[in-house]
Design a protein. Structure first.
Length: 362
C-alpha cells in the first residue's frame, strides 16, 4: 500500500486538537448533472443500499441515474439559496458558531465540517486538519439517532482515509446523541417558541428519515432511538400520547420500510378530522431538501389536499443558541482528557522540548 506523502516529522511542533462535524451532503448545484454525480456517490454506498451489488448496479445506472437526477434537481431548485444548499450553509454556520462558543469557554480547537457525499469531502478536510497540526480529532456525525446507513458510513469514510495515512492522529468517534439532554432541551425550546409565535396546532407530527424495515431485524437500533427521542421530547413538552404522532419519510423503492409512512399519515389525520398540524423533523439538525421540500411542500400539500386546514413546519435546530450550546456541551464531554486549552498546549510543548533536549544530551 502506498501512503500519502507527508512533510518530515518536526520535533516539538505544537499539537492541536480538532473537531470534525459531519453531515450527509448536498449536490454542488440544483442541476441534473450535479445531482447525477451526487446520487451516484450516495447510492453506490453499500451501507445505504444493501441490495446485491450486480443487481443494484443495473438498477442504479440503468434506471435511477437516468430519471431521478432531473426530478431531484427540480426539487433542489425550490429550496436553493444565494448561499447555495441550505444544508451546506447551515453546517458552515454551526461550525463557526461552535468554534466561537467553545472559544469563549477557553478551548483552543480547530473546528471544521465535512459532508459524507459531495464537498467538502471527509478525506480532504481531514487532510487539511492534519496539515494544520491536528494530532487529535473528534469526529461528530450530526445524526442524533444511530444508523448503519449514516453514522457507520461516516466511520467507513474516516477509516478509508486512515488507511492511506502514515502518521495517524488520535481519533474519537461519536455514535449517537438521541437521548442527550441538551439536544432534547433545544428541540423542546424550538417547539415552544413556534407555539408562542403561531399558536399550537391540533397535532404535533414528528417525522424521521425512513429506513428499510429489515434493518431493525438486522440489529440496527435506529427505529428504537427515534421512538426514544420522540417520547423524551413529548415528555418535555408535557404532551399526552394522543397529542403527537411519529412517522417516517423518504421511502425509496417497493420494499417495506419503517412505518407509519409520513405522507399517508398526514392524509389519514386530515381524513380523521384533524384540522391543523405542526410538523417537526427531530432527526435533522439542519434544514435540507427532506425538511423544506418533502415535508414543508409535499407534506403540506398532502395534508391540505386531504381536507386539513393548516400545516406549519417547525424549522430544524440550525444555529439556534440552545442547540449550539448543547453541541458544545456534547463536544466537551467527548474531548475529556485531551488538551484543549492554551495552558494544556503549552505544557505539552514544554514536555516535547524537554524530550528533544534529553535526546540531544545523550
Amino acid at each position: 500500500m502506498r501512503f500519502a506523502a507527508e512533510p518530515p516529522h518536526e520535533h516539538g511542533r505544537a499539537e492541536r486538537t480538532a473537531v470534525l462535524l459531519v453531515n450527509l451532503g448536498s449536490p454542488a448545484a440544483p442541476t441534473a448533472a450535479a445531482l447525477r454525480r451526487y446520487l451516484a456517490e450516495f447510492l453506490s454506498d453499500r451501507r445505504v443500499v444493501e441490495i446485491p451489488k450486480p443487481l443494484w448496479w443495473l438498477l442504479l445506472h440503468g434506471v435511477l441515474l437516468r430519471v431521478r437526477p432531473k426530478q431531484s434537481a427540480a426539487k433542489y431548485a425550490t429550496i436553493w439559496t444565494p448561499e447555495g444548499s441550505p444544508l451546506l450553509s447551515w453546517s458552515a454556520r454551526q461550525a463557526k458558531r461552535l468554534q466561537g462558543d467553545l472559544g469563549e469557554r477557553g478551548h483552543q480547537l480547530l473546528i471544521r465540517f465535512a459532508m459524507r457525499y459531495g464537498d467538502p469531502a471527509i478525506p480532504s478536510v481531514l487532510d487539511e486538519l492534519k496539515a494544520e497540526g491536528a494530532t487529535r480529532i473528534l469526529v461528530l456525525p450530526l445524526y442524533p439517532q444511530y444508523a448503519a446507513a449514516t453514522t457507520a458510513s461516516t466511520f467507513d469514510a474516516v477509516a478509508d482515509w486512515a488507511r492511506r495515512v502514515r502518521r495517524l492522529p488520535e481519533l474519537r468517534f461519536v455514535n449517537h446523541y438521541h437521548d442527550d439532554a441538551g439536544y432534547l432541551d433545544a428541540l423542546a425550546e424550538s417547539v415552544r417558541a413556534h407555539w408562542q409565535r403561531e399558536g399550537r396546532a391540533d397535532k404535533l407530527v414528528m417525522s424521521f428519515h425512513g429506513l428499510p424495515a429489515r434493518t431493525l431485524a438486522l440489529g440496527d437500533p435506529y427505529h428504537c432511538e427515534c421512538l426514544a427521542t420522540a417520547r423524551l421530547l413529548a415528555e418535555r413538552l408535557h404532551l399526552k400520547r394522543d397529542d403527537y404522532v411519529v412517522s417516517f419519510q423518504s421511502r425509496l423503492g417497493r420494499a417495506k420500510w419503517l412505518q407509519p409512512y409520513t405522507e399517508p399519515t398526514l392524509k389519514k389525520l386530515a381524513a380523521d378530522g384533524v384540522r391543523s398540524i405542526d410538523a417537526i423533523c427531530p432527526g435533522f439538525p439542519a434544514d435540507n431538501l427532506e425538511t423544506l421540500e418533502e415535508i414543508g411542500v409535499e407534506g403540506k400539500a398532502a395534508f391540505l389536499g386531504a381536507g386539513g386546514r393548516e400545516f406549519r413546519l417547525i424549522p430544524c435546530l440550525n444555529d439556534r443558541d440552545a442547540w449550539i450550546r448543547s453541541l458544545a456541551d456534547l463536544v466537551e464531554r467527548h474531548l475529556h482528557g485531551w488538551p484543549t486549552r492554551p495552558a494544556d498546549a503549552a505544557a505539552l510543548e514544554a514536555q516535547a522540548r524537554r524530550a528533544v533536549a534529553a535526546g540531544a544530551a545523550r
